[in-house]
Design a protein around this ligand. Structure first.
Ligand code: SAH
Length: 329
């Protein structure tokens, strides 16, 4: 029986936070993990544990997180052939967020998550020496970019177990770095009041109660801290909010798509100030697409085949805004 990755990840996280104020939340986080995570079963957990244990036992100091492709190691450090290694990595498909270059293996993910980062990075306060939190971080692609941009601690949370395993897979090749992923939901976290920057990218529309989500984000921030929100929006004025009657772009878990003006109202009412719209972008089928690392349907299958400005269901096609705002000091 392979050792479970769960047995080790929390102690590594606890070690890192000993010198920060987050140490006060150690017990509360442990209880939350106990309650929401360790108690839950997942059908592929044993299989993933075995696949992690079978990976090459190599650690590298050769990494770069300040470029579009998050790069860890190169092919000369690997004691097995590249195609054998890629077979191992493909056991963790679908790879959605990236791209990564892992010991020369180019993981061409469903999303060009680097494009999202490029739309965000010019508009936010420098991350140098900041403690940052990424709610709904997927496999942690943006956590690596945040650390690469100078953050002193990059903590992510995401409840999807596969993404937690992908993050463990990537981290096991690296030295101990202050980059962590806890397999939790935003609603399961304490109101830290500590983080300098809090990110919520591509999460708000998955929440049944978006105002609660914004209130939680405010609670995670230190006074004067910055929130960076990225979410699906629609055209319209401050009274426009689309609630799909059923699926949106074939996703069953999409609840509210506000206009940017409506979102600004939500942000103010949740308690943020200095709310600014940094970017608006219609998602292209080059940014989100099927690849050999994610061979399910992707954006082009979710759109109206005769009009890519509409979803399959006839709603406006996915358009995303980046909003930056401050917590009052
Ligand atoms: N932030 C990444 C991933 C967005 S995909 C990016 O922008 O590229 C949305 C992610 O939110 C998924 O990984 C999903 O597991 C996670 N998620 C869904 N509900 C959540 C919740 N309540 N709290 C935290 N994360 C959640």
């Amino acid at each position: 029986m392979a050792e479970s990755v769960f047995d080790t990840f929390y102690s590594k996280f606890v070690e890192t936070i000993q010198d920060s104020d987050l140490v006060h939340f150690e017990h509360e986080l442990a209880l939350s993990l106990e309650h929401h995570f360790f108690a839950s079963k997942h059908g592929r957990k044993d299989e993933w544990d075995q696949s992690i244990a079978a990976l090459p036992n190599v650690k590298t100091d050769n990494y770069r997180f300040d470029q579009g492709t998050v790069k860890i190691g190169d092919s000369t450090e690997l004691e097995i052939g590249l195609s054998e290694f890629e077979d191992q990595l493909k056991r963790f498909m679908p790879w959605r967020k990236g791209p990564f270059d892992l010991f020369g293996s180019q993981i061409d993910t469903e999303w060009r998550s680097d494009w999202k980062w490029d739309r965000i990075a010019p508009h936010i306060s420098s991350l140098k020496d900041r403690q940052v939190l990424d709610i709904g971080c997927g496999n942690g692609y943006h956590l690596f970019r945040m650390f690469g941009a100078g953050a002193k601690l990059a903590l992510g949370i995401d409840p999807t177990l596969l993404f937690f395993y992908q993050f463990q897979l990537l981290s096991r090749f690296l030295p101990a770095l202050p980059i962590h992923l806890l397999p939790l939901r935003g609603e399961h976290l304490p109101s830290f009041g500590q983080f300098d920057t809090v990110f919520s990218l591509g999460v708000l529309y998955h929440r049944r109660n978006p105002i609660d989500h914004l209130t939680e984000l405010l609670g995670f921030l230190a006074p004067g801290g910055e929130v960076v929100l990225e979410t699906l929006i629609v055209d319209g004025d401050r009274s426009t909010v689309l609630m799909p009657t059923d699926r949106y772009a074939k996703m069953s878990n999409v609840w509210f798509l506000p206009s940017t003006d409506a979102l600004v109202v939500w942000m103010h009412r949740a308690g943020f100030k200095n709310v600014r719209i940094a970017d608006i972008n219609q998602t292209s089928t080059q940014e989100q697409r099927t690849t050999q690392w994610m061979n399910f349907h992707s954006l082009s299958d979710f759109l109206d085949p005769s009009d890519h400005n509409k979803t399959f269901e006839g709603y406006p096609a996915p358009k995303r805004a980046v909003i930056v705002a401050d917590k009052p000091g």
